[in-house]
Design a protein around this ligand. Structure first.
Ligand code: SAH
Length: 277
């Protein structure tokens, strides 16, 4: 048994042992929402059913942040399902209310989860994401793109729009370019504040990301990322002004350098990366 599984195993025993203490709140009551963990529990069941139904991939799946299981109830009996939840109280609630979930539930931080140990082969990602770490979740998805064929998630509406936007719009940004390089993105539907407890201050939206057929960018990927990030670092500046700090001796006379970064597609950024390579 390797170290990681030893940890999961130890956790299961610990969880069983702890059930009596936790039963007190998890049987009678609900989990108390904690702001620091981005907890806004979805209470509208028709919406959670739609989110679960939006997942088209039929293989293994990972749910991030199951909370009280409003989405999990439609997913956890699938083969190859796993969920990762950071909150002790939510974990205790799930263990009591979802018999059989124990072997599929990992207590911990998704951002630190060793994905290569938890899953062999491809897996989809699904969840009503903790909004405070949604960008970090997407950066992990990008890093693991060749094993993650699909993502269905609820996030802050503005972030959803930004990710799904085409070039030329105001909100198109770093994540739009980096995600669109590898995924086709569909904005599925908007969800109002009233569907949650407690209601968040912002509207939410559900999006679906499906891995496109691109195998590589055809340019140096690290440099591509650096160029995208630097260009959008000061998005009101022209590319010339933003990029000359990175490439002080380059020729910035081509027309494209008069543009602002939001006008450039993934292919344009690939072209720029080749230009500077
Ligand atoms: N899926 C539930 C809860 C959504 S709220 C619902 O729709 O009602 C976000 C959930 O993510 C919370 O349960 C929170 O505890 C959990 N969470 C927050 N940060 C996390 C992290 N780093 N890793 C795993 N889960 C996290």
């Amino acid at each position: 048994m390797n170290f990681f599984f030893a940890k999961i195993f130890a956790f299961s025993i610990f969880a069983k042992h702890n059930l009596k203490i936790n039963e007190k709140y998890s049987m009678n009551g609900k989990v108390r929402p904690k702001k620091a963990l981005g907890q806004h529990f979805l209470t509208d069941l028709s919406i959670s059913e739609r989110i679960a139904g939006a997942l088209q991939y039929e293989g293994q799946a990972l749910e991030i942040g199951p909370g009280m299981g409003v989405l999990t109830q439609y997913l956890y009996k699938r083969e190859g399902f796993k969920a990762i939840e950071i909150d002790d109280e939510s974990v205790a609630y799930l263990l009591v209310n979802f018999p059989g979930i124990e072997s599929k539930l990992i207590k911990g931080d998704f951002l630190k989860l060793p994905l290569e140990i938890v899953f062999q082969g491809d897996f989809a990602v699904i969840g009503n994401f903790p909004y405070n770490i949604s960008s970090q979740i997407f950066f992990r998805v990008i890093d693991n793109r060749n094993r993650i064929p699909e993502v269905v998630c609820m996030i802050q509406k503005e972030v959803a729009e930004r990710i799904a936007e085409k070039p030329g719009t105001k909100t198109y940004g770093i994540l739009s370019v980096l995600l669109q390089a590898w995924y086709d993105i569909e904005y599925l539907f908007t969800v109002g504040e009233g569907a949650f407890n407690p209601p968040p201050k912002v509207k939410s939206a559900v999006i679906r990301l499906k891995r496109n057929s691109r195998e590589n960018l055809g340019c140096d990927e690290a440099l591509f990322k650096k160029i995208v990030k630097t260009s959008f670092g000061q998005r009101r500046k022209t590319l010339r002004n933003s990029l000359k700090t990175l490439f002080p001796t380059a020729d910035f006379s081509p027309e494209i350098f008069n543009l602002r970064p939001e006008r450039l597609s993934v292919e344009d950024f690939v072209g720029l990366t080749k230009y500077f390579s």
